[in-house]
Write a protein of this length. Structure first.
Length: 145
């Protein structure tokens, strides 16, 4: 019983660590997508994202306007998904740290989270492709997209 509890506790630590670092980041502004994990040019709002490098990329004012609109739409479209996922992560954490963790309920909660992650991932890919369409081939080359 102690070995099973130790294994479960270690799994919980690794799971929560991975989940927390990927999705439970503090909100950093419009367009930030926790856990996005995208490549160059897809960082948090004011970080190393495309808009932060507008001058280096020689973005035209119309491109900046379109990229800002895309980022805002992405934030709006994913807000519900991100909120639901974060709530389920908190519920999972509660299940994991119960005095007597129920592996069935833990697995069920993980199964509830999977479709949300999948939908978020699809939205991120759609956003990345839409962002790519705004850029010229030369600008994309600078970002290595």
């Amino acid at each position: 019983m102690k070995a099973k509890r130790l294994i479960l506790a270690m799994t919980a630590i690794f799971l929560i660590g991975g989940v927390h670092t990927g999705f439970a980041q503090p909100h950093r502004g419009v367009g930030h997508c926790p856990g996005m994990g995208g490549g160059p040019g897809f960082g948090p709002g004011d970080g190393p994202g495309i808009l932060a490098r507008a001058e280096a990329l020689d973005l035209k004012p119309e491109q900046v306007k379109e990229l800002k609109a895309l980022r805002l739409n992405m934030a709006k479209e994913t807000l519900r998904l991100r909120s639901e996922l974060e709530l389920k992560q908190l519920e999972l954490r509660e299940l994991l740290f119960a005095d007597e963790p129920d592996i069935g309920r833990i697995e069920a909660k993980i199964d509830e989270m999977a479709p949300l992650r999948t939908e978020l991932h699809k939205k991120r890919i759609e956003h990345r492709l839409a962002t790519r369409e705004v850029l010229t081939p030369e600008q994309r080359a600078k970002l290595d997209l």
